[in-house]
Design a protein around this ligand. Structure first.
Ligand SMILES: [Zn+2]
Length: 173
């Protein structure tokens, strides 16, 4: 099984990791000539970029019926063993990957926060009450600024005028 850090950061796709089988003669097995279990001495963490992990995982300690690395060596499901080694390699060659991933998460949280502010406004809350709940966090002020910009948009003004003419109540100012 191969590992890819699939979070949309282009340079990370050059690094595809996998536990490479090491054969009795010390050579790595190539995918096109899958070795039989008896020919496999163990495994080592590997990356398509050429990087190899320091740790050797002998088959005598991690027996398996096939030449494929058992789960305990693969480590993908438990974030351990050869997978964890490869992840550390990725962090070393691409230290900015964490920045990319956290900014992505931040964008998701900001969108959720904007939605929560919007729902609080629709429920009739004032911005000062929302800001109090947020402990004065600047992200809430950014959401308020967006509402001001949106309300000054001619399309919104026409729609809210029409709603007022029909007796609908708008959100609190
Ligand atoms: Zn790599």
């Amino acid at each position: 099984m191969a590992w890819v850090h699939d979070s949309g950061f282009e340079p990370a796709y050059a690094h595809v990791g996998y536990p490479v089988p090491i054969q009795i003669d010390g050579s790595e097995a190539v995918a096109s000539s899958a070795p039989t279990p008896l020919e496999v001495l163990g495994w080592r963490s590997a990356c398509e970029c050429g990087w190899r992990g320091m740790q050797f995982y002998p088959r005598s300690e991690w027996p398996g019926a096939t030449a494929l690395a058992p789960d305990g060596v693969d480590g993908w499901e438990t974030n351990s063993a050869s997978f964890a080694e490869w992840k550390r390699h990725l962090d070393q060659v691409l230290p900015e990957l964490a920045v990319h991933d956290l900014v992505n998460k931040l964008a998701v949280v900001e969108a959720r926060l904007a939605q929560a502010c919007h729902e609080a406004r629709v429920a009739g809350l004032t911005w000062s009450r929302i800001a109090r709940a947020a402990g004065g966090h600047p992200a809430v002020d950014a959401a308020r600024q967006r509402e001001i910009t949106y309300r000054s948009n001619p399309t919104f003004r026409a729609a809210s005028r029409a709603a007022r003419d029909h007796g609908a109540a708008g959100p609190a100012q």
